[in-house]
Design a protein around this ligand. Structure first.
Ligand code: HEM
Length: 411
């Protein structure tokens, strides 16, 4: 970005050209230094969507994230696109798109099942799933870690939590990919509208069937929790159940997949870091935290100001969109030495799961366990694994994910 002739104030952060090869880290670095709360005037691709504030420093994101009364998740949705991919009323039907008190009541239904202790009970099952997927690579010379490893593992893990039959994993994973990566030309060659017209209705249709089954026969899966949940004596409406299901599926699928692939890429690109891990596998949990820091699966989440306010000296008006750029705060120079360096011994704190507050990720324990097992098992089985081709990013200012990671398995 140093060669960029555009003055920082005129930069439009989410323009396509900035996201061709992953997040624009140089741009965010310049924003942190020169304009940490930055205004983008428009989103050219979506002329009906208003401009937005970008918050790029870790301390400021912490402030926004903890103050739900000033920065609402409900009022305008949770990504910079209020209505363009999914209607706002559907986003508001997920607890990630709600404010307290309803948010807190719904989230509480799930929290018991996601504690580190409860999640640890799934370790063997997750290891078995991972081993079975890696078994399929035996005898092959090359593979794509996104589609051959990450996708089938994370889809089966969250699928088993949700009560989805294994034969439907691929269908669900594809639906999640197209809705979350809506703007990407490979994932959606027919454009964003098809997501609204084809994929969202398919999600509803498939979900309705599952819901009907669970109404008849409750099980101990998370779909049953949603179907039978009562908030203030009232059952959830059907669209709330569907969107609760969608939230858990989407959050569980793409995020872990993204972080695993980015972590493996970084490990394969740096022989010294790979050697450290192979010599001492007890470093894997630290490598997981470092991967979460450097490659947060969600580039941003968004809030909407509920009143006129001031953030780090910058006045913000009621109704303004406010983006918390985790891809920036996780490389904030005031928190990290040499922030662009992947160091498996760093074991950092970070904001990949959010910056505290009401919406802090529900799935941290599950994500950490899956990532640890995936990295351990991949490295044990293929210690000399190498990148074999050009990894490509999903073109999206929201999901920070490789869509291809071609590898040579035996070095
Ligand atoms: C590497 C993996 C993951 C990352 C980086 C990640 C990241 C995040 C982030 C940043 C948020 C907060 C959004 C905000 O501040 O508004 C969030 C929320 C959430 N995550 Fe995760 N997540 C991951 C894995 C998972 C998994 C495996 C699940 C399991 C179902 C999950 C379920 C959720 C849910 C339900 C929320 C909404 C919480 C709320 O609104 O209170 N996540 N996640």
């Amino acid at each position: 970005m140093s060669a960029d002739p555009i003055p920082l104030e005129d930069v439009l952060v989410t323009e396509r050209e900035n996201w061709q090869d992953g997040p624009p880290h140089e741009l965010f670095k310049a924003m942190r230094a020169g304009c940490p709360v930055h205004w983008t005037d428009k989103i050219t691709e979506y002329p009906d969507e208003a401009g937005f504030w970008s918050v790029t420093l870790a301390d400021d994101i912490h402030t926004v994230s903890r103050d739900w009364e000033t920065y609402s998740s409900e009022r305008g949705g949770i990504t910079l696109l209020t209505n363009a991919v999914m209607p706002l009323e559907l986003i508001q039907a997920m607890f990630i798109g709600m404010d307290p008190p309803k948010h807190d009541r719904l989230k509480a239904l799930f929290q018991r099942g996601f504690t580190p202790k409860r999640i640890a009970e799934h370790e063997q099952a997750i290891r078995d799933i991972t081993e079975r997927v890696l078994d399929r690579l035996e005898g092959r010379e090359t593979a794509d870690l996104t589609t051959d490893v990450a996708q089938p593992v994370v889809a089966r893990v969250i699928g088993s939590f949700m009560g989805i039959p294994p034969e439907d994993d691929e269908i669900w994973a594809n639906l999640m990919n197209t809705t979350l990566g809506a703007g990407d030309p490979d994932l959606n060659p027919e454009g964003t509208e098809t997501v609204m017209q084809r994929d969202v209705p398919e999600i509803f249709e498939r979900c309705r069937k599952l819901i009907a089954e669970r109404r008849e026969n409750p099980t101990d899966d998370l779909t049953s929790v949603l179907v039978h949940a009562e908030i203030d004596g009232q059952k959830l409406e059907e669209h709330e159940i569907v969107m609760g299901f969608f939230l858990l599926m989407a959050a569980g699928n793409d995020s872990t997949k993204s972080t695993y692939c980015s972590a493996m890429r970084a490990i394969m690109e740096d022989d010294e870091q790979r050697r450290k891990l192979l010599d001492d596998m007890s470093l894997v949990p630290s490598a997981v935290e470092e991967a979460l820091r450097m490659f947060p699966a969600f580039a941003h989440f968004r809030r909407t100001a509920t009143k006129d306010t001031v953030l780090n000296g910058q006045p913000i008006k009621e109704g303004d969109k406010v983006a918390m750029w985790y891809v920036s705060s996780n490389r904030d120079e005031s928190r990290y030495e040499d922030p662009d360096h992947f160091d498996v011994t760093r074991n950092p704190e970070h904001q990949a799961f959010g910056a505290g507050g009401r919406h802090f990720c529900l799935g941290t324990a599950l994500a950490r366990l899956e990532l640890r097992i995936l990295i351990e098992e991949t490295l044990k089985r293929f210690p000399d694994i190498r990148i074999d081709g050009t990894p490509r990013f999903v073109e999206s200012p929201f999901i920070n994910q490789l869509k291809t990671l071609p590898v040579r398995l035996q070095g």
